[in-house]
Structures are given as C-alpha cells and as structure tokens.
Design a protein around this ligand. Structure first.
Ligand code: FPP
Length: 259
C-alpha cells in the first residue's frame, strides 16, 4: 500500500545537505510478518516492496550510493527453507527488476563472498550488473553473503600476500591502501547508516566504512519503512553536527568561511 506522504518533512529537507551514501540494515521482516499472522517469508516478500520504493526514492532525490544488507554471512545459519526462500526471492527480484533498474539509470553492484552464492544467483546478478554497467544515477550496492569480519580478514590476507610477493612494501600500508583492498573500494564511505526494527547493533556491517557515519535507528520494521520514513531519517541526519573529531567551533568557522 502506498502511504500518504507528509509533505512537511519533504519540504524541510535541505537538498544540498543530503548524504552521498546511505547504508541500510533492513531488519524486522520476520517480526512484521508474525505480527500479522503470516510466516517469515511473507515478510521478506513485503521487504522487497520497501526495497523498490527506497531505491526509487533515493534515485529521485539524487542519492549517489545506497548499500543494502540483503544477506549476511551469518544468515547462512538460518533454517534451510528460509535460506532457500531468500535466494529464490533474490533471483526472482533481480530477474524482474533488472530492466527497471536500467531504465531508471540505477547501476547495480554486489559486495560480499560472491562465490558462495548459488550459481543461479551469481548468473542473474552478473547479468543485471552488466546490463546496468553504463548507468550514471544511483549506485545500488547489495551486500550479499557479506560480513565485515570476512571482508577485513580477506583484505589482510590479500595485503599480506601482495607484501610477500613484492607487489607492495610494508611502508605502503596506509589507510588509503587498506581501503583499496576492501570490497567497497570504489565507493565513498556512508555518511548515514539506518537500521530498522528497534535493534541498536551494527551486526558485522561495514565496520571499517562506518567509522564516521551517523547512525539512525527506528522501531519501524523494514516492510513498513517507505518514502516517508526515509525522509524522516534524512531530516534527522541533517540536524546532526558532523565533527570528525574536531570541535564545534572549528566546524562552525569552517562552514562560515565556505558559505
Ligand atoms: C532481516 O529481517 C532481513 C533479511 C535477513 C533479509 C532482507 C531481504 C530482503 C528485504 C529481501 C531481498 C532483498 C533484495 C534486495 C531483493 P529478519 O528476517 O531478520 O526479521 P526479524 O529480525 O524480525 O526476524
């Protein structure tokens, strides 16, 4: 169901102060479904409706990167039926939406342990990434079979291997080089991380990249998180002072100088 939009929040948003990159932990599909007497998989299906609306909305307002935590490394431990249902939903959704993504100038990317996904998922994702490769609007990044511990451990392993084989020297290892070994190497760090459904955790998500992100937690379950709720999160974000370790006075002087 399309919810009526409270135009006040939309009008209050400063279009020049939007985050470039929003990361979302889409939590609460199961609880949302249970509360309505349905099984968990029904919640995931409704979660896709929210994904579609949030992707559309981000594209329209000019967000450049949207990263969605769609399946974590730990999610492999869920009951087999739920894992299968999620993989099937992923394949069907990508198959159905690829044309729409292309038309809407959305470019699809995937981060995570790609090889651990079922071959059919890899195939659909590869096709959709190829189809949308020349798009220049929103970059939609799906985190699939992803966890930060996996990503960081892999980066350390690859850096060590490149040091041993002489490709890099010990002195080359800086923050910048480390970032270039992460799966997010081509994306800026998120300025805003949203988690739905009332949990106040990061759950192994973009631990390195979220170092200075603003964290926004809402009790709304993911299937109920739509355009209105995104605007509310953005409005909240715009009220924050991002200091990056500096003082409030330094930030205000800097802002005045650049005004
Ligand atoms: C968390 O809710 C949600 C997930 C583990 C999967 C998210 C997947 C989708 C929204 C659908 C597929 C996405 C795409 C991009 C096609 P939960 O199951 O942990 O809910 P609970 O905390 O209430 O149990």
């Amino acid at each position: 169901m399309v919810q009526p939009l409270n135009m006040d929040v939309l009008q209050s948003l400063d279009r020049n102060k939007l985050p470039r990159h929003i990361a979302i932990i889409m939590d609460g599909n199961g609880r949302w479904a249970k509360e309505r007497g349905h099984d968990r998989v029904f919640g995931h299906h409704e979660g896709v409706v929210s994904v579609r609306e949030i992707v559309k909305c981000c594209g329209e307002i000019g967000i450049q990167y949207l990263t969605l935590y769609a399946f974590s490394t730990e999610n492999w431990n869920r009951p087999k039926e739920e894992v299968n249902a999620l993989m099937e939903l992923l394949v069907n959704t990508i198959r159905k939406e690829a044309e729409e993504l292309k038309k809407n100038n959305v470019r699809l990317h995937v981060i995570g342990d790609f090889d651990s996904l079922p071959v059919i998922c890899q195939k659909e994702l590869n096709e959709a990434m190829e189809m949308t490769a020349s798009n220049t609007g929103l970059n939609l990044v799906l985190a699939l079979s992803y966890s930060s511990k996996w990503e960081i451990t892999k980066a350390v392993h690859d850096i060590a291997a490149d040091t041993i084989n002489g490709k890099i020297k010990l002195a080359d290892i800086t923050d910048g080089l480390f970032k270039s070994y992460l799966s997010t190497k081509n994306f800026p760090d998120p300025e805003l991380m949203i988690r739905t459904s009332g949990e106040h955790r990061i759950s192994n998500y973009l631990l390195y990249q979220l170092a200075y992100a603003e964290l926004y937690f809402t009790d709304v379950h993911w299937p109920a998180f739509r355009r209105q709720q995104l605007y509310e999160a953005l409005f909240d974000y715009q009220q924050r002072e991002r200091r990056f370790g500096k003082t409030s006075e330094q930030i205000q002087t800097n802002t005045a100088q650049h005004a």
